[in-house]
Design a protein around this ligand. Structure first.
Ligand code: ADE
Length: 234
């Protein structure tokens, strides 16, 4: 599984949005080096009528349109042909909040199929039948799942072997095992004094044990301040 390249397959009404930001910087370099592949398939290609209809009015009435189960199912099954073991993930504000653990788990597999909804939603029957996970990037509603795919895919791709160089290490970063699930400590570089603010003395001491202790203390203080619920989990 890990010998072949990681395949990201996005099912969307806007395939031109991909690879988008992931075609640049670190993920873009990895894409051109063949460390992962990015396929965006237009769900509309699977519409069967002349007008290429993908949505219809909801049973029971109400505002908005619903994406049809038959059309979306064909798109998912098309993607599954290439990566039968990749999870089918539906991007939705009603999904499980995305986290580092999901990125790590997906990065260890053959790929991921990311389904983007538009309009009011997707017919529940196709979600029940063919979707493995429903994922949200936060408690707010976007106009579609495409923008939500960007952070999810970026976080996954940077976990693939060889994607990050030495300067971009995974070792000690927020949510990493090395930091025991805490947020990362602050960083400083030259100049040593900037607008009257100096660099903490301990970082210039060369005393590694003291530096490690200071960083741990800073991580705990930062986590306590902005994400106290992460400390309660421990
Ligand atoms: N689609 C619309 N809003 C979303 C969100 N918050 N997360 C994931 N997909 C979405």
């Amino acid at each position: 599984m890990s010998s072949s390249i990681f395949k990201a397959h996005i099912l969307t009404l806007f395939p031109e949005l991909f690879p988008g930001p992931m075609g640049h910087s670190i993920t873009g370099r990895a894409l051109s080096e063949g460390k992962w592949s990015c396929t965006a398939t237009d769900i509309r290609d699977f519409a069967t009528d002349k007008r290429k209809t993908v949505d219809d009015t909801p049973y029971g009435g109400g505002a908005g349109m619903v994406m049809r189960a038959d059309v979306v199912a064909e798109a998912i099954e098309h993607a599954k042909k290439e990566t039968p073991n990749a999870p089918v993930v539906f991007m939705t504000p009603t999904g499980t909040p995305f986290n580092q653990g999901m990125a790590n788990r997906w990065a260890a597999g053959e790929g991921v199929i990311l389904l983007c909804g538009h309009y009011e939603g997707i017919d529940q029957r196709v979600l029940d039948a063919l979707v493995d996970e429903e994922v949200s990037i936060g408690d707010y509603v976007l106009t579609g799942g495409e923008i939500a795919v960007y952070p999810v895919l970026d976080a996954t791709i940077r976990q693939l072997p060889g994607v990050l160089g030495n300067d971009e290490t995974l070792a000690e970063e927020s949510f990493s095992p090395a930091l025991e699930g805490l947020l990362e400590y602050p960083h400083y570089t030259r100049p040593e004094e900037w607008r009257g603010q100096t660099v903490p003395e301990v970082l210039k001491s060369g005393h590694h044990a003291k530096i490690d202790a200071w960083r741990k203390e800073q991580s705990i203080a930062k986590t306590q301040k902005v994400r106290p619920e992460l400390l309660k989990k421990k």
